[in-house]
Design a protein around this ligand. Sequence first.
Ligand SMILES: [Fe+2]
Length: 305
Amino acid sequence: MKKFITLLMAMIMAMAVLAGCAAPAEEAPAENTAGETAVEDKVEENKEETSEPVEAGVVNLYTDRHYDTDAELYKQFTEETGIEVNVIKGKGDELIERMKREDADTEADLLITADAGRLFRAKDAGLLQTVESDLVDANVPENLRDKDSTWIGLTMRGRVIVYAKDRVTPDMLSTYEDLTDPKWEGKILVRSSSNIYNQSLLASFIEVSGEEEAKAWAEGLVKNMAREPQGNDRAQATAVVAGEGDLAIMNTYYIGKMLNSDNPEEVNVAQNVGVFFPNQETTGTHVNVSGAGLAKHSKNKRKMQ
Ligand SMILES: [Fe+2]
């Protein structure tokens, strides 16, 4: 069964390609993953490895994803394997808490959630186990997998600078570090540091420049904030267009979602901001993943043993 779970992981990667690249914009559902990039697209050529006799059963997914493309993928998985996919949806942190509470009694086979930081927390809490799979190894680059192989990245997202098109031009922008320059005083919008996206961004600074510099950067950023942090990533773009500030730090795919939104106000916001990928000449833009981890207490793993 574990092999089928890794097949499911691989199929999610393949589906992310379809969602991110192949679907024409006008057909894309509002909750499409537009803007996210699939880790790899070599799944098809590796499928033969898993063409084994059908093994009936159920796999349980704890996931914070809510895309139509995922449902289609699970259907395809069931058709190919005879295994039902039982989807349990929730917010990432809540699903992790639930797995902690359920401990060895959990029904979870896979945890799918956004941000390597959150996947790390699940691993750190002892909720995940090592995935040994040539299929996964062949399809997910090493830098997008946990070093102990307890989770793998499925899609990538950049945490970028979004700017007001009518007040800022790309030549005024360069790096995350430049956001602490006094010229941006009172201009920067970002959600709270209690959010995992910002914690992972800061963690990347600590990794690259050390704690002292990371702390100085965070303090410089706070000095330049347009307001007390509030709202989610989309709310930052909305505030930019409303004129509360000129720049926002946010994840790329929200712009894709807003452009495809049924809400004309969201479309208007997305059309009036530009997206800038900082640090192209230095350390690169911070990229994170959404990914999947194999639950430590997966009952299907125990069946295998
Ligand atoms: Fe998000």
